[in-house]
Design a protein. Structure first.
Length: 411
C-alpha cells in the first residue's frame, strides 16, 4: 500500500517522532521501529496517525528537494493552496456532499503523480446506506471529477493528457477518446466523471486516490463527490414545473420577432415532428437562446444527453444546456388539439394557426396560380395558356401572350 511505502521511506529520527506522537515506545533499532509503525498502520490507521505519517513524509521529501530540483521550476516543490474552482453543475447528478474539495494537481519532485487520502465519515456512510436502502444502489455514485485550475467562471469537466486514476489500489476505467496521437493532447469532450463507488471500502474510513497525468503546461484540479443519479423523467418533471413558456408569451415572441427588423412576418411554418426522434413531438422544447421556431422532443433530448452529454441543439447546433431549456406552451396546446395526421402547422399574422398538409391545402397546391400586378388569382386558364406556348417562344413572346390574355380578362 502507498502509506506503507511512505512509512518505509522514513528515517530513524522520523520513525521515533511518529511513535512518540502516537504514545508508543520509541526505542530500538530501525527495523523494530519500522515494524512497530507498520503494525499500527495495519491495525487502525485513523486520521491522526495518517496526518503524522504525511507530515513526516512531506518534511522528508522537502528536505531532499533543493538538491534534486535545482535548475527546475521553483514552484514544483511546494504544495499549492486549494484553488477556488467552481465546477459546472451536471444535470443528471444531484450533489449530496463533497468528499474531497477541488484540489490542484501539482507535480512535485518532477513526478506527475498525486497521492491523497480522504475519509468517508459516519455522515457520508449513513447517507449512502440510507439512499441505497430506499432506491436502486446503482443510482448512488461517488464520481471523481477533473477540470482546469486557471478558471474564469465555471469550469467544465476536462481530463488531463495521459490521465489515469487508481482508487484503493484498483485501476479505474476511464472512458475517453483522443483526437490524435500527439503528446500533450487532451481527451475529447465530453469528459464523463469517473465512478469510483465499486472501489471504495465503506467499512474502512480511509480511502486512497492516486492520479497520474502528463504535464504539458496546463493546470488541473480534481474533486470527489457523493451524488444521486437522476433519470431523464425526473429532469422532465423539473422542466414542467419551472421552465414552461406560456402560450401568449410564445405567440408574441414568434410573431413580433425583432422590432427593429424591416421584414414583417406573415406566415411561419413549424413541423410537429422531432428532428431527433423523427416522431411526433410529445413535449416540444427548445433553448431560450435559440432563434428558430422548430422544437425538439424534451424527453428524447434528455435521454440522448444522458447517454452522451453533448447538450447541443439539433436544429441550429448551438449550445442548449439543461438550464436554458424551455417548453413551448403554445405548441403543446396545438399538439393536444390536433390528431396524429397533422405533421405541420402554420402561424398566421393575427396570432392564429392552421394545419398544413390537409386535403384542402393539397387541393390548393394543385391549382395553378396566375400572378397579375402582384395579385394572385386561382385561375385554371393559366395552365392552358402555358401549354399552348410554342417551344421556340422566348420571354418577350411569352409577355405578349400574357398581355393579350390579361386584356381579355379585363374586358
Amino acid at each position: 500500500m502507498q502509506r506503507d511505502a511512505m512509512v518505509e521511506s522514513l528515517r530513524v529520527t522520523e520513525l521515533r517522532a511518529l511513535l512518540s506522537a502516537m504514545g508508543q515506545v520509541k526505542t530500538g533499532p530501525k527495523r523494530e521501529l519500522l515494524q512497530r509503525v507498520l503494525r499500527l498502520v495495519g491495525a487502525a490507521c485513523g486520521p491522526e496517525l495518517l496526518g503524522h505519517i504525511q507530515q513526516q513524509y512531506s518534511s522528508r521529501q522537502a528536505a531532499k528537494t533543493p538538491g534534486r530540483t535545482r535548475g527546475r521550476r521553483s514552484g514544483a516543490a511546494h504544495p499549492e493552496p486549494v484553488p477556488a474552482v467552481k465546477m459546472i453543475d451536471l444535470p443528471f447528478y444531484q450533489a449530496l456532499d463533497t468528499l474531497v474539495q477541488p484540489t490542484a494537481l501539482v507535480s512535485r519532485y518532477c513526478q506527475f503523480i498525486l497521492c491523497c487520502f480522504f475519509c468517508c465519515c459516519c455522515k457520508h456512510i449513513c447517507c449512502y446506506n440510507s439512499l441505497v436502502v430506499h432506491s436502486d444502489p446503482y443510482l448512488i455514485l461517488i464520481p471523481c471529477r477533473t477540470c482546469y485550475t486557471e478558471c474564469v467562471g465555471i469550469e467544465e469537466d476536462q481530463y488531463p493528457p495521459n490521465f489515469s486514476l487508481v482508487v484503493n489500489e484498483e485501476v479505474q476505467p476511464v472512458t475517453c477518446r483522443y483526437p490524435s496521437n500527439k503528446p500533450g493532447v487532451e481527451p475529447c469532450r465530453p469528459c464523463i466523471p469517473v465512478d469510483v463507488t465499486s472501489s471504495l471500502n465503506l467499512c474502512d474510513a480511509q480511502q486512497s486516490v492516486s492520479i497520474f497525468w502528463g504535464d504539458f503546461g496546463k493546470r488541473y484540479s480534481f474533486a470527489v463527490l457523493l451524488v444521486r443519479v437522476l433519470s431523464a423523467e425526473e429532469l422532465l418533471t423539473e422542466l414542467r414545473k419551472s421552465a414552461v413558456e406560456r402560450a401568449d408569451q410564445r405567440r408574441s415572441r414568434k410573431l413580433h420577432g425583432d422590432p427593429e427588423s424591416e421584414i414583417t412576418t406573415t406566415r411561419l411554418c413549424v413541423a410537429l415532428t422531432c428532428p431527433l426522434a423523427k416522431m411526433r413531438l410529445s413535449v416540444p422544447c427548445s433553448a431560450a437562446s435559440c432563434a428558430h421556431l422548430q422544437c425538439f422532443d424534451a424527453l428524447f433530448y434528455l435521454q440522448m444527453n444522458k447517454r452522451k452529454p453533448t447538450w447541443t441543439c439539433p436544429v441550429c447546433d448551438k449550445p442548449a444546456p439543461f438550464s436554458h431549456l424551455v417548453i413551448d406552451g403554445l405548441l403543446s396546446e396545438i399538439l393536444d388539439s390536433t390528431d396524429g395526421s397533422v405533421e405541420e402547422i402554420e402561424y398566421l399574422a393575427d396570432g392564429s394557426w392552421r394545419p398544413v398538409g390537409g386535403q384542402e391545402d393539397q387541393e390548393l397546391s394543385r391549382r395553378p396560380l396566375c400572378h397579375i400586378s402582384g395579385v394572385s388569382f386561382d385561375f385554371p386558364a393559366a395552365a392552358s395558356l402555358r401549354s399552348r406556348l410554342p417551344p421556340w417562344s422566348s420571354f418577350s413572346v411569352f409577355l405578349s401572350y400574357w398581355h393579350h390574355f390579361t386584356c381579355n380578362i379585363s374586358m
